[in-house]
Write a protein that binds this ligand. Structure first.
Ligand SMILES: Cc1ncc(C[n+]2csc(CCOP(=O)(O)OP(=O)(O)O)c2C)c(N)n1
Length: 187
């Protein structure tokens, strides 16, 4: 499965949830497929989408805070998995598209071919951890996570396959912040 196919399954299942996206191709793919005001595109800071998504979950307990992350990002900030588990926000859904590569910077291999990130999430204490290896498994797994008390974790195994003709996110950081805050704080 291509990474973009994972997002093609996930995006139609979103409603008005605030979604925090990892930097690089994760943000670029989702921006090109379907830009939403409720998307917080992390521009630059690798590893931090999960911390921001945790902050959103804690600040807005009545909304689901969704994180779209990458394996390289998770490996860079692995301690955040422990922080999410310890804080235990019921309203957090952490989705990781795992292509076993730092695709955004040239497809260098990450360690996720050896280290199973779903097992790491389970080990830190996420109460609901799921894995999807086929496209058809993504929708049911994501729906289950969205309907269950979290924090939930979905590992999607994908191939590196970014289409480099997809442009960059064109919003300025301030625009991304202001649009996102409107959605994240809406009553
Ligand atoms: C602190 C830091 N180190 C390195 C980079 C460069 N960088 C941007 S995206 C990326 C790879 C992210 O990998 P992953 O989360 O697996 O997503 P993928 O690129 O495979 O979609 C790297 C190394 C950065 N932006 N910040």
């Amino acid at each position: 499965m291509k990474g973009i196919e994972a997002f093609q399954e996930l995006l139609p299942l979103l409603k008005d949830e605030p979604v925090t996206l990892a930097n690089g191709f994760i943000s670029r793919q989702v921006y090109n497929l379907e830009d939403r005001e409720g998307n917080f595109y992390m521009i630059g800071s690798m590893g931090l989408a999960s911390s921001i998504g945790l902050g959103v979950a804690l600040a807005q307990p009545d909304k689901k805070s969704v994180i779209f992350d990458g394996d390289g990002n998770v490996l860079m900030a692995m301690g955040t998995l422990a922080m999410i588990s310890a804080a235990a926000p019921k309203n957090l859904v952490h989705v990781v598209v795992d292509n076993e590569a730092y695709e955004s910077t040239g497809k260098q291999a990450t360690l996720s071919n050896k280290i199973q990130l779903d097992e790491v999430a389970r080990g830190t204490g996420y109460p609901l951890v799921m894995r999807a290896e086929k496209k058809e498994e993504i929708g049911p797994a994501f729906k289950k996570l969205m309907d269950s008390p979290g924090p939930g974790f979905l590992l999607i195994k994908a191939e590196p396959s970014f289409d480099s003709s997809m442009g960059r996110v064109h919003h300025t950081p301030e625009e991304i912040r202001d649009r996102f805050m409107k959605v994240a704080t809406a009553k």
